[in-house]
Design a protein around this ligand. Sequence first.
Ligand code: MLT
Length: 422
Amino acid sequence: MIKINDNFCELPASYLFSDVAKRINAFKAEHPDVEIIKMGIGDVTQPICPAAIQAMENAVADQADRVTFHGYGPEQGYDFLRRRIVDVDYRSRNIDIDIDEIFISDGAKSDTGNIGDILSTDCKVAVTDPVYPVYVDTNVMAGRAGHLVDGRWSRIEYLPCTAENGFIPSLPKDNPDVIYLCYPNNPTGTTLNRSQLEKWVEYAKDNNALILFDSAYEAYITEPDIPHSIYEIPGAKDVAIEFRSFSKTAGFTGLRCGYTVVPKALKGLSKNGDEVSLNALWNRRQCTKFNGASYIVQRAAEALYSTKGRHQVKETIAYYMRNASLLRNGLSAAGLEVWGGVNAPYIWVKTPGGLSSWEFFDLLLEKCGIAGTPGLGFGPSGEGYFRLTAFGRYEDTVAAVERLSSCLLYTSDAADDLTRVD
Ligand code: MLT
């Protein structure tokens, strides 16, 4: 029989969101008449904006005509989109990024997972904790994580982010080679301001570390002092790769499009001691394993940068952020401690009465018909917390706050109460 990649055997049986979906489906099968409000996986509910739809219709027409038909596209993405990214996402913020530092892809999930292809399997990894599970699981697959001992991977450094430290991670102690940062943060919805992010860039420079910066949620930033890109910090191009996504910005979770910035200044070391460009390695990787995001989808992404597109995107984000503040205010009024929801579409909730995050998951599902994501699923420091998303429909978000408040308001002891309410 064929030998397998044994690293996969180290992984828990299923990916967090598949696990959550399985539990919800099992509950649904047993209670077919309960209408479940889904606030678990961060999937969007609002349609793609008209500017992008129109662009796709035009692109479909292009594909129907011999003259305008597009076959294989450039593996790095079409210049019409890369140019818009350079100008609108970076140059407008006084960040100088070259077009050949931008790589269009089918989303940040793939890129944050695949980036490990160009890094040594010996690299030591640090993650903020709780964390988007893709970063950890893909390092397990690559053999960088060691073994799972009491919910922690032995070769991964966890940087706790909890209410106690205001969700601001301390700098690493174990000299990691690679540090994953996601800001605005999934799952806590919290952020780092400019001076806090500066410390990370400085740390990476002083310690030869590479920062993998996921800014998939930057479009949700509302406060002025929160960087949209790590490259707003001087020197970051020497130490950081940035990942962006159109999924949450423009409802592309089903369409699939994102991009990764790999600055040409970034260098790695080969086993012979030679300096090697990470941009060149990523380009080589993409050319070999990827044939580019589809022409139609890239035309849709391009349209998001038009005046109309930008306006429409802003409206949808405002819609979700209205949900976010409804959730924040409603849950606080119901006596829960909440974070996030100001610069991010996620609300991070302290579970009441010392309930574990899976206990709270079960209770919310059973008593309120609300499905969220248990904090523990994002890492050990997520225990005692719970994530709700603001990506639902407004009516559902209103209903969720009502259901939750009436569950929690029976007594002052929310946990006891939740277990009692029928
Ligand atoms: C999440 O719920 O954390 C995200 O939707 C997952 C993702 O973007 O892949």
